[in-house]
Write a protein that binds this ligand. Sequence first.
Ligand code: CP
Length: 316
Amino acid sequence: MRSFAGRDILSLKEFERNEFEHLFEIADRVEPIARERRNVDMLAHKTLVTAFYQPSTRTRLAHEAAMHRLGGHVTGFSDAKMTRAGDFYQESIKDTMHMLEFYGDVIVMRHFDQGAPHEAAKWASIPIINGGDGWGEHPTQILTDLYTITKEMGSVDGKSILAVGDHRMRTMHSLGYSLSQFDAEMVILAPEEMSPLPEFLAELDEKGTNYRIVDHIDEAIETTDVIYMEPVVQPDYTKARQEKQEVYARTDAKYQVTTEVMKKAKGSSIILHSLPRRDELLPEVDDSRHARYWQEAYNGVVMRMALLSSVLGVWE
Ligand code: CP
């Protein structure tokens, strides 16, 4: 297995099964710290730098919370407009990274341009973690989600995962790449204009991901083990920011999870949603035995604890 110490976490495309398993094992080891709401001194001499060029609640704060749980320090920005990268100067990623690398020991970056964290990794001498890049990938979210499936269902193997929503979305890409490493089925459901790109499906074919495409949630709901959701009403992820809309489009029933739809689901099936949500997942489902998105959000902190401690070399 490749070492995690000092490593950039940019994509799950080349992640191997034993690397997923290693992170799940580390997550299990650090989880009691989060569960008992303790802060330890594991990363007492390390600093995380957050570089967020796009809004975030979970990804940035879960990394920050993870760093605090492990006794580390945090600095950075959550609004690039208030930095030289977002004002008159439009400071380049190269110049920005040459600064940030002096301010900490690991950088988590979210950017509206696909590939921006890869560009950052060329210039920073410290590890870069991709916190979401345009429509590209969202590796730490999918590591969280596969860990959640493992904890809730014993294994990713043998599961049929219905991925419903916008398949241009970065999470869907990281999910598709990851499932090539497991004996699992990915069932793709998206509005036509949000279908996976042919180039992405070609990559899945090449990697050996077992997938099929359906047109309506009713075609898969009875056999699926995991309903993995993304909104179909969502912003353009290639933009730095989109403001609140006066009128939002409504999600078609074909892509919506409601208590009525869940009556047809397997009793053991679980619903994951990386959040935030709109009307594709109604709050009426929150109290059902299927909802696991709050557990998923908690696991988001645990997985970031595992990742940060790994790239900072604790377990070598
Ligand atoms: N799941 C996720 O990426 O959420 P945020 O946009 O709030 O970080």
